[in-house]
Design a binder for this molecule. Structure first.
Ligand code: 13P
Length: 286
């Protein structure tokens, strides 16, 4: 059961209250390592790409690399475009094989966001794909997008109306979470997750996963955060393991690229496995 629709992955996770880890992969090595962890754990997994990664590779080349690995993975996997405010990039990725997109129109007023998100949902449906929506920014700059300012929070009713009327398959609420490492333990509005799920039945996406405590993850997943985004932890494990290996290589004067790649793969795989287990995803593949 390799590539499956995002909605199927999330609806199953919401029903059984486990979290599916959504890792922001950055290249072939990190994609392969995440898939290897999910395969070892027999867990469904979401690969997501930032707009920056799409633009760095070029859409068709990135898809060819990721798709080849997804098709042979043997676990349920789906490819999602993370925060994208640009309709042209959304259209391009939907045409190019992404199974799901986050149309991030939080900078528009809610009425215009709703109008455009409804159009994106219709476009995605024609491509057999799904849509995550958001109306409040997630604090923190990631891959050149976002802001360090705390977002303005909309009334709960506004968020509920947006979810119901736009037809999104998943929603990213701002609950005090932020992208990047937390400087202090965040105080999260977990109740907002339960309220949104109770009112809409739609799974929530937990952004800013890196640095939350085990208890925070467990509580939010139990409340309906079926998609749990991890980006910074992947970048750190990839970069720090590389740095560690390169320091040793310099000391020894021994420069062997495959040894570097093995070291980075092991670090990313371990990071992915830890999160998959913590979110209750192990053994959930079908
Ligand atoms: P972190 O970088 O905090 O893991 O957040 C990831 C994320 O939410 C991607 O959209």
């Amino acid at each position: 059961m390799p590539v499956v629709p995002m909605k199927e992955i999330l609806d199953r996770a919401l029903a059984d209250r486990y979290g599916v880890a959504a890792f922001n992969v950055v290249n072939d090595l990190s994609t392969e390592a995440v898939l290897a962890a999910a395969t070892e754990e027999q867990a469904p997994v979401i690969l997501q790409t930032s707009v920056k990664t799409v633009q760095m590779y070029g859409r068709s080349r990135l898809f060819a690399i990721v798709d080849a690995m997804m098709r042979t993975a043997g676990i349920p996997v789906t490819l999602h475009l993370d925060h994208c405010p640009d309709r042209a990039v959304i259209t391009d990725c939907l045409a190019g094989g992404w199974n799901s997109v986050l149309f991030d129109a939080h900078e528009l007023d809610v009425a215009e966001n709703l109008r455009q998100t409804t159009e994106v949902v219709a476009e995605a449906r024609r491509a057999g794909a799904h849509v995550e929506g958001e109306i409040e920014g997630i604090q923190g700059v990631e891959d050149d997008l976002g802001s360090d300012e705390a977002p303005a929070i909309q009334d709960l009713e506004v968020a509920i109306d947006f979810i119901k009327n736009s037809g999104v398959d998943c929603f990213a609420p701002a609950i005090g979470n932020s992208h990047g490492q937390y400087r202090r333990t965040p105080s999260l509005d977990a109740r907002r997750v339960s309220d949104l799920v109770a009112a809409t039945g739609v799974p929530m996406a937990l952004h800013g996963g890196t640095g939350l405590s085990d208890e925070q993850f467990t509580d939010l997943i139990a409340r309906g955060c079926a998609k749990v985004n991890i980006s910074t932890a992947l970048k750190e494990s990839f970069m720090m393991s590389g740095l560690e290996h390169l320091r040793t290589a310099a000391e020894r004067g021994k420069w062997d690229p495959p040894a570097l790649f093995r070291h980075q793969r092991a670090a990313v795989l371990e990071m992915a496995r830890r999160h998959i287990r913590l979110f209750g995803g192990s053994g959930r593949a079908w």
